[in-house]
Design a protein around this ligand. Structure first.
Ligand code: PMP
Ligand code: GLN
Length: 399
């Protein structure tokens, strides 16, 4: 058979996302979850909760299926969910996106991001500034959209960018500054100075801010501050989020994009030819979630903060150096103190050495920047307390 054609092969290889022999590589998350299943190790790799979210949200999905919400929803998303997204942004952030023109339901934040980059990048000279390490789909989507990835390093242990390096990365070719706050994989929450500088630079160079805030309700040290709430930011900011992390429904893939109508329209224009729509019964259920009382949202941050502490203590006792995340599901630990020289090799051995799976930070960086993150490993804390305790006691075998 003829070789299957595909510019995607070169494109993804160029972004360091293909295997060395040119074959497609599963994502690091799929690869590490498979390793956990194969070895019976505890999976602190892929970030998904091992407990169900709020019963009312799950029940609403069941009811929606029974009530016949099983056909295509409207292209922009169920009107009631768009209302709920808007109300949620008013309640928590004082923003008032118009549900009809400034809110779009997407197939997870992943599709929102892909559609946004495909819509906004207009050729190989267009640059997308991202903080590195970055969530894996960022580099893939910038490559598939034909743009150029420009990275700003986040350094152990606080993972705040250096403002001069940020200034050095943004210029008149910058089409998009892509922010993720709270940040995966580092668990950082950006400082007010960083947020303000992103907005200032976007204004100075007429760039668009795309901000991925899927961990908006998992900030541990105070309320989350969406970049769109900063003075002057709204008109040039596209905010992406989803229900997966907040309602422990990562498999439902109900996300949303909010921002000024022209930006939302640009995402819609592409999105309608990617998935068109998705998740009919999960849309009303996610609306129920977004309308849960404040205590629910406080509760999930409190619960995860406690799990972060439990995991962090366990990692310290096992001999890692540990960075304290201010948000997200994740904690980054340095395995150098345990003799590791390469995080990737360390993580591949970890199931055998200790019966635990984690993710090397080197999976989230461009190949030429691996050295900076050589011994750093990401552990997920979004697991049951007994599972974290078991993992911690297994990891103590590493000493
Ligand atoms: N962005 C970040 C930073 C993430 O960690 C994830 C993983 N869940 C996503 C996007 C994907 O979100 P969704 O499942 O809503 O597509
Ligand atoms: N967001 C999850 C993580 O960072 C995984 C999502 C995925 O598997 N693509 O672990």
């Amino acid at each position: 058979m003829r070789e299957i054609p595909g510019a995607w092969r070169r494109t993804l290889a160029g972004a360091g996302l293909m295997a060395d022999d040119g074959t497609t590589r599963p994502t690091i998350f799929a690869e590490m979850s498979a390793l956990a299943a194969e070895t019976g190790a505890i999976n602190l790799g892929q970030g998904f909760p091992d407990e169900d979210g709020p019963a009312a949200v799950l029940e609403a999905a069941r009811e929606a299926i029974s009530a016949g919400a099983n056909q295509y929803p409207p292209g922009r998303g169920l009107p009631d969910l768009r209302e709920a997204i808007s109300e949620h942004q008013t309640r928590f952030y004082g923003l008032h996106p118009d549900p009809d023109t400034e809110v779009l339901v997407t197939a997870g934040a992943t599709e929102g991001l892909a559609a946004a980059l495909l819509a906004l990048i207009d050729g190989p000279d267009d640059e997308v500034v991202v903080f590195e390490p970055y969530y894996d789909s960022y580099a893939a989507c910038v490559a598939l959209a034909g743009g150029r990835l420009v990275t700003v390093p986040l350094q152990w242990p606080d993972f705040q960018p250096d403002l001069d390096e940020l200034r050095g990365a943004v210029n008149d070719r910058t089409r998009v500054i892509l922010v993720n706050d709270p940040h995966n994989p580092t668990g950082a929450v950006f400082s007010a100075e960083v947020r303000a500088e992103v907005v200032r630079l976007a204004e100075e160079h007429d760039a668009i801010i795309v901000t991925d805030e899927v961990y908006e309700h998992l900030a541990f040290d105070g309320p989350h501050v969406p970049i769109a709430t900063l003075p002057g930011a709204w008109e040039r900011t596209l905010t992406l989020s989803s229900g997966g992390k907040t309602f422990s429904t990562t498999g439902w893939k109900i996300g949303w994009a909010t921002g000024p109508a022209p930006l939302v329209d640009a995402v819609l224009a592409v999105k309608q030819f990617l998935t068109y729509v998705n998740g009919a019964p999960f849309q009303p259920a996610t609306a129920v979630g977004l309308r849960l009382p404040d205590e629910f949202f406080r509760g999930i941050a409190d619960t995860l903060r406690a799990k972060r502490d439990l995991l962090g203590d366990g990692l310290l006792r096992a001999g890692f150096e540990v960075s304290t995340p201010a948000g997200t599901y994740f904690t980054v630990a340095d395995a150098a103190a345990l003799g590791a020289e390469d995080a990737d090799a360390f993580c591949r051995e970890l199931p055998v050495r200790a019966g635990v799976v984690a993710i090397p930070l080197t999976a989230f960086v461009t190949p030429e920047h691996r050295a900076r993150y050589r011994t750093l490993v990401r552990f997920a804390a979004c697991k049951r307390v007994d599972v974290i305790e078991d993992a911690a006691s297994r990891l103590s075998a590493l000493r």
